[in-house]
Design a protein around this ligand. Structure first.
Ligand SMILES: Nc1ncnc2c1ncn2[C@@H]1O[C@H](COP(=O)(O)OP(=O)(O)OP(=O)(O)O)[C@@H](O)[C@H]1O
Ligand SMILES: [Zn+2]
Length: 455
């Protein structure tokens, strides 16, 4: 066959296979949807005895007198709803499935990303891009085919939460945002379900059981949401995977104790884990509030509300984008690249913490962390002043040098612009025109330079 003929034949083959693949993908999507719709509503039937296989499989926990056959049968007929199949939800669901919990519902609206794999241990490389709920369910089925896994590849919302929570005996909050925490709490109070809640960030974690056996609910402890700017997530603050692993396992332990009716250990108290210090401690939580809006004597939360409005933040938006500057005070990565290519004198200021600059940076940027600017650090300001003077040789005294501020996602850069504007106005800096780069270095990696690392 002549070379061009071979190329033509190969092209035809590729086109054919692509068509086949696309129809296969459509079938898969339909099958996934059907699976999602076949939601079980019936409670699990009572179970009188364990099979020979079950006795062998669970033998090591069956011989624990506190659990025994009776406890194992309770686990087999228990159902648990896991909200969030991320760092906490993965280890939690894994141990529930391994221990023989009868039905596990898995709610998550998100898809698996490479940056999840260091801690979200039910998802594998090959599943990147797939819905986390399906990926988790598939993993659990491989681990224990007797457990019924029900994936819900959707956000838990005020419209769906109560219906879903009512289908399960125990709920585990493994989410990562405040509106979802209030939503899950209120749904559990309205449905009368215990809520096992945990969180982890950096090297620290917390765990407690809400609304169980007369104990407080989340709203009893936190009647008002925290100010938005005080809340950090794992993407911004970082987390060590094993820390979410420890907390997820402890959550599983509390769920199993509730399901087997051994009683949880942390109703009314909060377990704190410090992974760097290497210690656990627990503190007493306040008692149930008689005036609690959710579980109090005269509750005002009688149905589920708009939790995003209540908390002033999004329940599903991964990148919380702040909008502090006007469009005129911002440039896109594309415009910044044009300016860079044109050789226009300017200063690029990277305000990320040193640890992130060590991961990746643009070589021509000056680096002064936002924290230093916030506290008007003298060394940082001197460095900035020198860099400005250096970059505008020949320009008139008093002429403004354009400064572009960049960070990871375009939030801290806006805060830095505000500070630089204030410093210029107070004549603490030479005249500047300051703008920030929208979307930061992650937009640079996505739109301008695909070799630039994403993190
Ligand atoms: N309202 C909600 N409904 C369904 N799933 C939710 C909701 N809120 C949060 N989640 C899920 O909870 C999980 C929290 O886990 P985690 O924070 O470890 O993951 P992540 O958000 O993917 O991580 P990262 O912050 O590193 O991107 C996420 O998978 C998120 O999609
Ligand atoms: Zn309450």
């Amino acid at each position: 066959m002549a070379a061009s003929e071979e190329v033509l034949a190969l092209k035809a083959e590729v086109a054919l296979r692509e068509k086949e693949l696309s129809s296969l993908k459509q079938k898969l999507a339909a099958a996934l949807l059907a699976e999602q719709e076949s939601v079980p509503v019936s409670p699990l039937p009572p179970k009188a005895a364990l099979s020979r296989e079950e006795i062998l499989r669970y033998s090591r926990q069956l011989v624990l007198p506190e659990l025994g056959v009776r406890g194992q049968l309770r686990l087999a007929t228990a159902s648990v709803l896991v909200v969030g199949c991320g760092g906490l939800g993965c280890p939690l669901a894994q141990y529930l499935a391994a221990a023989g919990v009868g039905r596990i519902g898995l709610v998550d609206y998100d898809v698996v990303e490479m940056s999840n794999l260091a801690r979200q241990v039910l998802h594998g490389e090959a599943l990147a891009g797939q819905a986390k709920a399906f990926s988790a369910a598939a993993s659990l089925r491989r681990l224990n085919s007797a457990v019924e896994c029900v994936p819900y590849a959707q956000a838990l919302t005020p419209a769906t939460a109560l219906d879903l929570v009512r289908r399960y005996d125990v709920v585990a909050d493994c989410s990562d945002n405040v509106p979802t925490r209030y939503l899950v709490n209120d749904a559990c109070v309205l449905a009368g379900r215990p809520l096992v809640s945990a969180s982890a960030l950096r090297f620290e974690g917390q765990l407690t059981v809400y609304h169980y056996d007369g104990g407080p609910c989340y709203r009893c402890v936190f009647p008002q949401p925290p100010p938005v700017e005080t809340v950090t997530n794992c993407a911004d603050g970082g987390v060590l995977g094993v820390v979410t692993g420890v907390l997820g396992c402890l959550q599983a332990l509390e769920v199993l104790k509730i399901a087997a009716r051994l009683g949880p250990s942390y109703s009314g108290s909060l377990l704190l884990f410090d992974a760097l210090g290497g210690y656990f401690r627990s503190i007493q939580l306040r008692k149930r509030r008689p005036d609690c809006a959710a579980c109090g004597e005269q509750p005002t939360v009688t149905d589920l509300q708009d939790y995003e409005a209540f908390c002033g933040s999004s329940a599903t938006d991964k990148c919380r984008s702040l909008q502090l500057l006007s469009p005129k005070e911002r440039v896109s990565v594309t415009d910044y690249q044009r300016l860079l290519d044109s050789g226009t004198p300017h200063l690029l200021l990277d305000v990320r913490p040193q640890v992130e600059v060590d991961i990746c940076h643009l070589p021509h940027a000056l680096h002064i962390p936002l924290k230093h600017l916030e506290r008007r650090d003298a060394k940082g300001l001197k460095l900035l002043g020198e860099a400005i003077r250096e970059r505008k040789p020949g320009t008139q005294e008093g002429a403004a040098l354009p400064v572009y501020v960049i960070c990871k996602l375009g939030n801290d850069s806006q805060k830095a612009v505000k500070i630089l504007q204030a410093l210029t106005e107070a004549h603490e800096l030479d005249a500047l025109t300051v703008q920030d780069v929208v979307g930061g270095l992650m937009a640079w990696a996505a739109k301008i330079d695909e070799t630039f690392p994403q993190y």
